[in-house]
Design a protein around this ligand. Sequence first.
Ligand code: SAH
Length: 347
Amino acid sequence: MDKIYKKNLFGLSIDEIQTIADENGWPSYRGAQIFRWVYQGVADIDEMSNLPLSAREALKKQYQIFHLQIIKKIEEKKTKTTKYLLRTEDDLLIEAVLLRYRHGNSLCVSSQAGCSMACVFCASATGGLKRNLSAAEMLSQVYVVERDTGQKISNVVMMGSGEPLDNYENTIGFLNLISDKDTRNLSKRNITLSTCGIADKIVLLADSKTGVNLSVSLHSPFQDQREMMMPVAKNFPLEKLMEACSYYVQKTKRRITFEYALIAGVNDTLGHGQALAQLLRGLNCLVNLIPINQASNPTLKSSNDEAIAAFAEILTKKHINTTVRRTLGSSINAACGQLKSGFYKEV
Ligand code: SAH
């Protein structure tokens, strides 16, 4: 028989919780009390000690507090990068990666179980899309890792499995919740959303005034090659994508980061560097070069250090801000493009 799920209080907005309080005829301050308990991270409705027993019992009939469950942790000793395997209520396994930097802890959050974008170099799409994650499931990744480590997460990057702009409503819900002063109060400046380039949603995001940092996975300055690497480029050609990026910069006054994973002999030539510089000319942006990880495709080899340095130099000579990303977590399959999702089977 299917499990009967009670609704999860965790993930609801203050308005939704206030409605529950109103429907029960409780005084108006109850909604705010419940909201604060939920986002202080209580594991159980019974812990809401300033609620009368009758209110707790009434809540428990329909609601619960559900967090993702930690199934396994794998740590890369050298860098202290930790991959968390987390179980959803319907037994899907998703992954989040804790990256420890000098400036604080950063969590790489998944926005979907699997992914439908099918970028040829990325493992997250190998089983296709299983389903979108809810705002609660995205936020819970932050809560469970903080609880597990006893340390605060100071930065969130939406670079786990999934395409956040393919799960737009829940992603916005997550961003609003995590930055709410009564929940985690995380500054939008400390949140980065990474997209494969869903141009129309980039425009929506700019208009939504969400104000997060935007990363765009570019990987090639040529339309035909980008289509081969990232099928999404067929729907959102480079011209449309660049228009949307300019709009984002203009609306938010924020610099965009372009992710560029270097593959030896494929997208690291002089011609690529020059075309990339031309494409980005005049835009307030930064190019983040990443040595490609052999995630799903063993035929793709990373450019070597000299080739990466030479590529960076082409860009900097043309006055394009460029950094090379340090690879963290590849020994535990936790680096870019290596995250997958699966089903949890109890043994
Ligand atoms: N769907 C979003 C976020 C997930 S991937 C996006 O596409 O941006 C996070 C980053 O890892 C993206 O820049 C993605 O292009 C990159 N990536 C995927 N596979 C990779 C690989 N094998 N090596 C290096 N980077 C990879």
